[in-house]
Design a protein around this ligand. Structure first.
Ligand SMILES: Cc1ncc(COP(=O)(O)O)c(C=O)c1O
Length: 324
């Protein structure tokens, strides 16, 4: 990956995030589990999105942009962290959310606290955000601003580069601990995180398979997106993998839908809090952990495995009806 070091990048991550054993959880589910603590990435309340933002903000500053426009749902971890990263770099953050204004809790509260310019599309479809971002970008350009537009989730090949870099970080930690996990588990939403991990593991010939648990899209759509973003990241970074392998995404853990908690997820998150003292967010990490717990108890996982704790703490306080 010759371009990984030459791509413009703003250091935001308090790297390396810890790789920690989870002995009490492991004993409960019968598989050795380690946590990669990306809830501790160090910007705001942490989370996986900070890694991609290092490259996205690097690109924005390189292009001479003076503001950042992105969006999602009003409880989006991505949107809040993108706004926070923009502030850290001196760019004005603009956020486009679908739906209408709700009571400010969780990430919406924080987005407003940090002074992001927040707009609602008034439409319930998530896709209304995409048109809203383009429209606002055009308005800002017409007014003489230099906006940097990023799609929902930051799911672009450049955003995925953050988790290629994280794969290197993890490889060093695995070497130092002598650990050779069979799998790396994570929650998959817009697919950029899994794509970066897949591209990184192919490049590094890592010992583990990357196992995503879909928390929003149908499995087939995730597989296609992860593969396409992984290829995009690899080609951006000047690397063509000789061994593409397959992309693994599991379904069946959506519960009542995207952005809502689930009974299985809540039970898994409680287990992690009560055994390891770590809070998983209810709509990403909790559902991925539910899938891992089921697989471990069904005897279909050979440990050790690594689980990516991807953050999302603000939604713990958003109540049951948050929308991401
Ligand atoms: C806490 C948390 N975990 C996991 C994910 C999934 O990451 P991705 O959208 O890159 O698939 C997200 C996405 O917003 C998130 O906020």
């Amino acid at each position: 990956m010759k371009h990984l070091v030459s791509l413009p990048r703003i250091p935001l991550v308090a790297a390396a995030t810890p790789l920690q054993p989870a002995p009490r959880l492991s004993a409960e589910i019968g598989v050795e589990v380690w946590f990669k603590r990306d809830d501790l990435t160090g910007l705001g309340l942490g989370g996986n999105k900070v890694r991609g933002l290092e490259y996205l903000l690097g690109d924005a500053l390189d292009q001479g942009c003076d503001c950042l426009v992105t969006g999602a749902g009003s409880q989006s971890n991505w949107a809040m962290l993108a706004a926070l990263a923009a502030r850290r770099c001196g760019l004005t953050p603009y956020l486009v959310f679908y739906g209408s204004r709700t009571r400010p809790t969780g990430n919406l509260l924080l987005s407003e606290f940090l002074g992001a310019d927040v707009r609602f599309t008034g439409e319930l479809e998530r896709a209304s955000v995409d048109a809203g971002i383009d429209k606002l970008g055009a308005e800002l350009s017409a007014a003489g601003r230099r906006p940097y537009l990023v799609p929902r989730g930051g799911a672009t090949p450049l955003g995925a580069a953050g988790y290629v870099r994280a794969s290197m970080e993890l490889a060093e930690q695995l070497m130092a601990t002598g650990l050779a996990p069979s799998q790396l588990w994570l929650a998959t939403g817009s697919c950029g995180t899994q794509a970066g991990l897949v591209a990184g593991s192919r490049w590094l010939h890592s010992p583990y398979d990357v196992v995503g648990v879909s928390v929003s899209r149908p499995v087939d759509e995730c597989v296609t997106r992860v593969e396409s973003l992984a290829r995009g990241a690899s080609s951006l970074l000047g690397f063509s993998p000789d061994d593409d392998g397959c992309v693994t995404v599991l379904g069946g853990y959506l519960g009542q839908g995207y952005g809502r908690g689930s009974l299985a997820g809540d039970a898994a998150a409680q287990l992690v809090a009560r055994t390891e003292g770590i809070f998983l967010d209810p709509v990403f990490g909790a559902k991925a952990m539910a899938a891992l717990v089921d697989a471990a108890r069904a005897g279909s996982v050979d440990g050790p495995v690594v689980f990516l704790v991807s953050g999302g703490a603000p939604t713990l306080f958003a109540g049951p009806k948050g929308s991401l």
